[in-house]
Design a protein around this ligand. Structure first.
Ligand code: AMP
Ligand code: MG
Length: 475
């Protein structure tokens, strides 16, 4: 084995009740689909003397690299509002952690690596479609400047997995995260009234992610701040996570667990993609409400850690109640930049809201309309031209006091995003053995704020027959 991963594992030193130690389940005929060399370099993984066979063996789970401490993590979670007292990594295995080149601790996790004690009815596997969707979308999010887990490798297993659609090519994704601690990781210990583990997890999380905080209430405030910014950033690029269960809310503030996620084409605040989200709980504009609910669950977990619990409840309740305003401010900042305002003030909010209303009414393409603002042809994207002209006159007047609104807009409005129909087309091709669309998408999305004429086709909204109505959760 010539691949050296400089592991420095900390989660494996936590009490045994936090996880189950086990190795990935080997697969029959692994083949490497993608490997993210720049990310490997960032993680301090030396691949100079590594051939493809080594990478394939390790990132399929067939070989456990030296220094790894493989384990499946325990957690619980509210799924669509209902509490599941025990979830856990049902198909993922944390190989271990490294300290990256910036001194940051990062998890390296295999997803789709076989059953664990937390698999419940599942097979512990993933198929190529969702693996490549997560690969492309998480890397695109990173390039867009939004906190996210990353994709290090994708491997096919040579084994079929069976889903509603039938037999599909199995695959394993290697995911890199600031950590995999979720709201649900706290919830499992609260549900068990295991105060010692709760305290231990608090200490660990605080030290790993928020060393500047001291008390549980301070930790909550820090998590609130990061999540508020994250949700505003999602909204700013038209992203819909799809399954914002509490087990899919990372305390690090990274976007995690890409399932039936998608970027909007036509703008409508009620847009839902996930086929399992019948009531729109995780619709685009409800994400800002759901995150408050999720962090209220987190706050509940922190109450028993305080000596004066009444005071803690009062303090944390105040912070939870303040969260909608905080998110509104983050949204104003994000959308302010999108219309060229480096620092949008409360008085600027109507300008933002009115444009979004025009876009909703005209079913305007979200990405292309904002991008067109800087090019002066956004008018073509909406239907009510007179209303747009009236808006644009006030907007232009407001821009007069801005130093370089065009630069502000170009830095905030991506030229290209991973459109859902392109992802579906890419998956279809990959299943048929053609990885060219995958590689082309990855190339285009590496610099999403730059106009790249060679990829103009990827900026086109879907034709009626290309529209993907639902993204299935059969992951
Ligand atoms: P997700 O919706 O992907 O966040 O998963 C929710 C829970 O179901 C987690 O505990 C997963 O580990 C588990 N899970 C999802 N798919 C599978 C599978 N194919 N096999 C075993 N567990 C799974
Ligand atoms: Mg999950």
């Amino acid at each position: 084995m010539t691949l050296t991963i400089p592991f420095d594992n900390s989660y494996a030193t936590l009490p045994a009740g936090f996880y189950t130690r086990l190795d990935p389940t080997p697969v029959k005929a692994p083949a490497l689909v993608a490997f993210n060399r720049p990310l490997a370099d960032e993680l301090g993984i030396d691949t100079r003397d590594t051939d493809e066979a080594d990478l394939t063996a390790i990132f399929s789970g067939n070989a456990v690299p030296e220094g790894a401490a493989p384990l499946a993590q325990l957690y619980a979670g509210h799924q669509f509002g209902g509490f599941s007292p025990q979830l856990g990594d049902g198909r993922a295995i944390l190989l271990g952690e490294v300290i990256d080149r910036h001194g940051k601790r990062r998890d390296i996790q295999l997803k789709g690596s076989g059953p664990t004690p937390y698999s419940r009815m599942g097979d512990g596997r993933a198929w190529l479609g969702p693996v490549l969707r997560e690969y492309v979308v998480s890397e695109a999010m990173h390039a867009l400047g939004i906190p996210t887990t990353r994709a290090l490798a994708a491997v096919t297993t040579g084994e079929p997995v069976f889903r509603e659609e039938g037999g599909l090519p199995g695959a394993v994704l290697t995911r890199v995260a600031a950590s995999h601690i979720r709201v649900g990781t706290f919830q499992v210990f609260l549900a068990r009234r295991d105060l010692a583990s709760l305290r231990r997890l608090f200490d660990y999380t605080r030290a790993r992610h928020y060393p500047e905080t001291e008390t549980p209430a301070q930790l909550l405030r820090a998590v609130i701040a990061r999540q508020a910014r994250l949700i505003a950033a999602w909204e700013g690029v038209g992203f819909i996570h799809g399954v914002m269960n509490t087990d899919n809310t990372a305390l690090s503030g990274e976007t995690i667990d890409y399932g039936p996620c998608a970027f909007m084409d036509r703008f409508h605040p009620d847009t839902v993609f996930s086929s399992i989200d019948a009531h729109g709980r995780y619709a685009y504009s409800n994400q800002r409400n759901v995150i408050v609910w999720n962090l209220a669950q987190f706050a509940t977990c922190l109450v028993p850690l305080h000596d004066d619990q009444d005071a803690a409840v009062e303090e944390m309740t105040r912070d939870i109640h303040a969260m909608p305003d905080l998110i509104a401010r983050e949204r104003r900042a994000a959308f302010g930049c999108k219309i060229g305002l480096a620092e949008a003030a409360p008085e600027d909010q109507p300008l933002i809201d009115e444009l979004l209303a025009l876009m909703t009414e005209g079913q305007a393409d979200f990405t292309n309309t904002f991008r067109a603002l800087a090019d002066g042809d956004a008018r073509d994207q909406v239907t009510d031209r007179a209303a747009f002209d009236a808006w644009a006159a006030r907007w232009q007047a407001r821009l007069e006091t801005e130093e370089d609104p065009t630069a502000t807009m170009r830095a905030a409005n991506p030229w290209v995003i991973p459109r859902n129909h392109r992802i579906e087309q890419m998956i279809e091709a990959a299943v048929a053995g053609d990885l060219a669309p995958f590689e082309r998408l990855m190339d285009a999305l590496a610099t999403p704020y730059e106009a790249q004429p060679a990829y103009a086709d990827l900026t086109r909204p879907p034709t009626p027959s290309e529209v993907v109505q639902r993204t299935f959760c059969g992951t």
